[in-house]
Design a protein around this ligand. Structure first.
Ligand code: NAI
Length: 767
């Protein structure tokens, strides 16, 4: 007689296909879709097909949004915005709650529609995507209710343009629309051209619940429609998609006062330490790179495994991989469904070919008929191989080995991206150490690809900026409390007054300042100075900026010192500045000196307090949202109130652990260059603050273009040029309004927020 365990091994799966009749009925009744603008559907325009990638069948035809369609949608959103914002939090919450409820009621319908349109397994759309969509609207119903008390002084931004990809069509819609609406904004959303159908079903839900017309508008179309939305009169663009398009959008928006958040690509490391639970880690790989066919921006696509356990790990992995079922997405026993479109399938295969042509070996990963690719991984792959570096965005990981924890961290960070990381170790000490050192916005310890509406999500480096989810995510849909602005006085073009070592200096100039780089006073590379009130300032150039950035990059220990130690240095700066207050007041004004001292005290107080928070995203998971410094920051100071402005900008940045390259007030920098002695006597480590003087806009552009600079602040001046330059490696640019730098509006949490990026660390627990 056959035993049960034998039976389990030999038993074939029978198909268990989810019923799609209701969805097909719904589609049959609407063979062509218009856009959803101002609460109703427009007549269909020029049409394109939306297909089921598993079969190639045309599911529906949707309209290609034109510039006029986008303009009409933006106008509807603009008209609806004041009324929506004027509702009470509770009223807005009720709408969001109703959306959540209706999504829940239609869970089965939406899962099937999503699976048909995208090709993902029904198990995923039913058990992960759609429940998370409902969760997102519930969570943000809460934020709508609490907005005024949780974010005092904040206001909605206005009209938000939102562009989403095809890998999680309805979930990305929820991530975009829920916080925007909770905050009091209205939206125009453009779904991806491969997967517009669940967004259109969502539009119907908006009608069903009686959402005021124009609060949500949906315009379908391809990249051209997206570009039209970016060019339209919107107050914010939120984009999720490829790094290339993200960079193009950053460029397009340079110089426009449009808020921008970008959630871009990744090549996230999946690190298996020698003491990891290998069976758990193998399951983690399945969740990481074979979930949604690897078409996941945060997929753990670079498996890095400790050499000591690599052989065993690979044996387990190969066995697990061979049991994954590739097949019809609607079949409930399918693990890996269809790739979203033949174009994407070709793209995946071509990267794999390039990888194997360059010496890597592909295990599994066979192309199958139709839009299917079997799960696989590339081994024997060097960091220089195109497959190691490029986002494959398919069910193909890379696998390489490391010897030590340091090497693991180095390999993990050897990428231009920084979206996520998954770390496997049974030792909490080891796992948390690596979590702290890895440069990524989301870190999963002994887990992978977990998401929750309360857990901020977003990237470091070229994975973008801004966060979605939780309190931090809400801030990206709110405008800071307004400040009284003053005009930034225009700077005069600095003219070289002398060359060489200061010889020939006019007699009435009492001082020739130097640059401050790496904790030492340095002559500018060109050797020239320019006349400023009270003396000569060095005429810094491109090379000086590069030297300053290099010095800042080397001063990484500043972040590792911890908030308490940094606070002591800031208190010391305050003390030493107080002792020399009269001297500084003679060069600037008493008010400026008082403000400068106040800033050092204020941010010393904050240095060990702006830590982040723990959130309750899921039972059984410890979730820390840590505020990490960017690393090297560039700060271009305004021309007025040179000392107060400099301290108002530089102190919060260094309090958080950043190292700074600051361009001092162009026309009047000597009060700032006098700070060198204060810094030297305050135990500020060399390289933490570097100061360059000279033509501010030119220097700021060089700084913004530098790859080592991770964030840029700029007050006034040629912001457009700086934003363009910063777009190259996608660093965020913050342009705080020019204000009275001696007043109370020149300090506070807003400065700290812009000096940090949130890292979300997930740690499941349970004995
Ligand atoms: P994509 O970045 O072109 O598309 C994403 C969205 O942006 C779509 O809605 C598209 O219509 C829109 N779009 C395209 N060009 C635009 C423009 N110039 N201005 C405004 N919006 C524009 O991504 P695509 O071509 O679908 O996929 C290519 C690769 O991008 C993938 O293989 C993957 O590597 C990456 N990708 C990353 C995603 C992520 O979640 N990080 C999502 C989708 C793609």
């Amino acid at each position: 007689m056959t035993s049960v365990s034998e039976l389990m091994k030999t038993m074939e799966y029978g198909p268990s296909v989810e019923d799609s009749a209701a969805v097909r009925d719904w589609l049959a009744r609407r063979d062509a879709f218009g856009h959803f603008i101002g609460g109703s559907f427009t007549e269909p325009g020029q049409l394109f097909d939306s297909r089921d990638p598993a079969t190639g069948e045309v599911l529906a035809q949707v309209s290609q949004g034109t510039v006029d369609d986008v303009a009409a949608a933006v106008a509807a959103a603009r008209q609806a915005q004041p009324g929506w914002a004027a509702l009470t939090g509770t009223q807005r919450a009720r709408y969001l709650y109703a959306l959540a409820r209706h999504i829940q009621k239609r869970e089965r319908f939406l899962s099937v529609l999503e699976t048909l349109d995208n090709g993902k397994p029904i198990r995923e759309s039913r058990d992960i995507d759609v429940p998370l969509v409902a969760r997102h609207f519930y969570h943000h119903a809460g934020w709508a209710e609490l907005r005024d008390s949780a974010f005092p002084g904040h206001q909605p931004i206005g009209v938000c343009g939102q562009i989403i990809p095809w890998n999680f069509p309805l979930l990305m819609l929820a991530w975009k629309i829920a916080p925007a609406l909770a905050a009091g904004n209205t939206v125009v959303l453009k779904p991806a051209e491969y997967t517009p159908l669940t967004a259109l079903a969502f539009a119907e839900i908006c009608q069903e619940i009686g959402l005021p017309a124009g609060v949500v508008n949906i315009v379908t179309g391809d990249g051209e429609t997206g570009a039209a939305l970016v060019a339209a009169d919107v107050d914010k663009i939120a984009f999720t998609g490829s790094t290339e398009v993200g960079r193009a959008i950053a460029n397009q928006l340079a110089g426009r006062a449009t808020r921008l958040t970008l959630e871009l690509g990744g090549k996230s490391p999946f690190v298996v330490m020698p003491d990891a639970d290998l069976d758990g880690a193998v399951d983690g790989v399945v969740d990481s790179i074979w979930f949604n066919g690897g078409q996941v921006c945060c997929a753990g696509s670079r498996i890095l495994v400790a050499e000591a356990v690599a052989e065993r790990f690979e044996t387990l992995l190969a066995a697990r991989m061979s049991r994954l079922r590739v097949g019809p997405p609607l079949d409930k026993s399918t693990d890996v469904g269809a790739i979203v479109d033949p174009v994407q399938k070709d793209r995946i295969l071509s990267i794999c070919r390039a990888a194997t042509d360059t010496g890597a070996e592909l295990v599994g990963g066979a192309a199958q008929e139709g839009c299917f690719i079997a799960p696989g991984y590339l081994r024997n792959i060097t960091p220089a191989n195109p497959g190691f570096e490029q986002e494959i965005f398919g069910p193909i990981a890379t696998l390489s080995t490391f010897r030590t924890a340091d090497e693991a961290v180095e390999l993990a960070n050897n990428t231009r991206y920084g979206l996520a990381a998954s770390i496997w170790s049974e030792s909490a000490a080891v796992a948390t150490d690596i979590a702290a050192r890895v440069k990524a916005g989301v870190v999963w310890i002994n887990c992978a690809n977990l998401f929750d509406a309360a857990a901020p999500f977003g990237g470091y480096r070229e994975s973008g900026f801004g966060r979605e989810g939780g309190r931090v995510g809400m801030l990206d849909y709110l405008a800071d409390a307004p400040v009284d602005t003053v005009d930034e006085p225009a700077a005069a073009a600095p003219v070289a007054a002398t060359t060489g070592s200061g010889s020939g200096q006019p007699a009435d100039l009492d001082r020739t300042a130097k640059l401050y780089i790496g904790g030492a006073q340095k002559r500018p590379d060109g050797g020239a100075s320019y006349a400023v009130p009270g003396g000569l300032a060095p005429l810094g150039g491109r090379k000086d900026i590069r030297n300053a950035v290099e010095a800042a990059a080397k001063a990484g220990k500043w972040a590792a010192m911890g908030g308490h130690a940094r606070a002591q240095v800031l208190y010391y700066i305050a003390e030493n500045l107080s002792a020399r207050a009269d001297e500084f007041a003679a060069r600037t004004s008493r008010a400026e000196v008082e403000a400068a001292i106040a800033r050092a005290f204020h941010y010393a107080a904050w240095a060990d307090k702006f830590d982040g928070e723990n959130v309750q995203a899921k039972p059984g998971h410890l979730l820390s949202v840590v505020n990490e410094p960017f690393g090297v920051m560039g700060i271009a100071c305004p021309n007025a109130q040179p000392l107060a402005a400099f301290m108002s900008l530089v102190m919060p940045a260094i309090a958080m652990g950043n190292r700074v390259v600051a361009i001092a007030a162009q026309d009047d920098p000597l009060a700032v260059t006098d700070l060198y002695q204060v810094f030297d006597t305050s135990d500020l480590p060399g390289g933490v603050v570097n100061i360059v003087t000279g033509p501010r806009d030119d220097l700021a552009r060089v700084l913004a273009a530098h790859d080592e600079v991770a964030a840029m602040w700029m007050v006034g001046g040629d912001l457009a040029a700086v934003e363009k330059a910063a777009g190259g490696n996608l660093k965020p640019v913050w342009a705080p309004a020019h204000r009275d730098w001696t007043g109370p509006q020149a300090q506070g949490e807003v400065f700290l927020r812009h000096a940090t990026q949130a890292k979300t660390i997930w740690l499941p627990y349970g004995a």
